[in-house]
Write a protein that binds this ligand. Structure first.
Ligand code: PLP
Length: 220
């Protein structure tokens, strides 16, 4: 068995045990295997095994790696989890099925415009700067409502919120905050949890976990 598959199996098992421990009913989070920087040799064993959700953070890299894989495997769903520049939206829409990093009206407007031209629709998360960090992307909580309203106004397929908590703090605090915001806006999906904190994300009922290095190994 390929190592990435072994790692993924282990994670799935662990999550299953935690779900029981936390008594989460009717809950089964999806794992986005974050394959950024890894080539097809690492990815294909997962695709062939029937894993569907993958994440990338660069448009060009995603197109190069995933165009042919997606042509042959129409169940594969690709998630854009990195910062998206408006001038890359058109390209992004061609390869991605989900965008987790919508954080401005300008970007939402661009996605709307390009979707109309391409006659394609992606699912969208709004990224919230949950730790109020200067260097992080994401919309501030104070501006969230305006962006949510804008997305619905434009009939974008907004399905939930996404966050990346500060690395040096306990993620639980931020996951609780995002969970509560998600409830407030009645979204069904919530994107949070990475290799170091996905168990905490499961505790807070994330529906999409974005896991990279724990599956693929350390990135260079
Ligand atoms: C790289 C990345 C991940 C995965 O990180 P790991 O620590 O390798 O699991 C998750 N989310 C975002 C936004 C990322 O850029």
């Amino acid at each position: 068995m390929h190592i990435t598959l072994k790692n993924l199996d282990q994670i799935i098992k662990e999550i299953g045990e935690k779900i029981k421990e936390y008594n989460h009913e009717n809950y089964s989070p999806k794992i986005i295997a974050v394959s950024k920087t890894f080539n097809q040799d690492h990815i294909m064993p997962l695709v062939e095994h029937g894993h569907f959700h993958f994440g990338e953070n660069k448009v060009q890299e995603a197109i190069e790696k995933w165009s042919s894989i997606k042509e042959k495997n129409n169940k594969v769903k690709l998630h854009m989890i990195g910062k998206l520049q408006t001038n890359k939206v058109k390209q992004a829409l061609k390869i991605f099925d989900y965008i987790h990093s919508v954080d401005s009206i300008k970007l939402a407007q661009k996605i709307c415009d390009e979707q109309l031209k391409l006659n394609k629709e992606v699912s969208i998360f709004i990224q919230v700067n949950i730790g109020k960090e200067d260097q992080k992307s994401g919309v501030d909580e104070e501006e969230l409502k305006e962006l949510v309203d804008f997305c619905f106004d434009k009939k974008l397929k907004l399905i939930g919120l996404m966050c990346l908590p500060p690395f040096d703090q306990d993620s639980n605090i931020f996951f609780t905050k995002l969970y509560n915001l998600n409830i407030k806006y009645k979204f069904t999906e919530i994107s949070m949890g990475m290799s170091h904190d996905y168990i905490d994300a499961v505790r807070h009922k994330a529906t999409f976990l974005r896991i990279g290095s724990k599956i693929f190994g350390k990135r260079n």
